[in-house]
Write a protein that binds this ligand. Sequence first.
Ligand code: GLU
Length: 312
Amino acid sequence: MNEQEKNTFPVGRFAPTPSGELHAGSLMCALLAYLSVKHRGGKFLIRIEDLDPDRCSREAAESMIAMLETLGITSDGPIVYQSERNALYREKERELQQKVRVYPCFCTRAELHAAEAPRLSDGGFLYAGACRRLRDEQIKERIALRRPCYRVEVPDCAIGFTDLLAGQTVQNLKAECGDFMLRRSDGVYAYQFAVSVDDGESGVSEVVRGNDLLSSTPRQIWLMRLLGYTPPVYCHIPLVCDGSGRKLSKSEGDSAARWIETYPPERLLGFLAYSSGIIEVNRAAALDELIACFSWKNVRKNKIILDRTLLK
Ligand code: GLU
């Protein structure tokens, strides 16, 4: 897909991780991603990021899809499950190895979470490169003892992009990110790699997601370019908070499921649209009406507050 086609036929996506119930913040993200492409007559895709078999389940994925459907948010193409795409990832990993160095790493820290989208609160760390220069015989010795994960060596280069909401963002891969993981030692592909392949393969031209993934974007742009994909336009939406200004969390009962069960779809859509700034009055609104009036100009830039007490 070339640049011009991307502009005339935008492709957006929502890519939840089915590790629990759909969160109200994720629901907001899904709605904005949907409205943004639909407003321009584009295509909307749903992708299930179930890379980690221990944390994700088919039931959780199906319940998320059903909830979105209740609001009229459906995928315009087959729903992609990352857990079914290992052969594709393997092929793309080989392709990547033609261009950059991918090496085994025997360090253990942080391995467990590599298949998940990183959160700023995780306090990510920079890999010091302990395994970057291992000699062949050292690798052989260590492989006999434990299975390594695989990292990609990043260059000393700055990757910049203009986020639709967050503005100009630049990151030096070597200094601010470090060699990152492509595949865990159990063979599960890492979030950064799978997302880059999937967005590229689906011709996604626009990514709308939470602000906590802003710092993952330069890595993904770099990988996509290496694999010959055109990176999408990014729009990182601000933190979604509750009525008292605190970040929403699953544990505090901000589950979208409860809201979807309790309120008619148009009431909930109107509340979400009002809270994000798309409409000026807190009232019921149909999805078609929101598609027609959607504009990023009206979406709040600093904080989106979902004040449950306004949902009546
Ligand atoms: N699956 C990720 C999550 O649930 C989102 C990834 C993305 O949108 O790139 O947070």
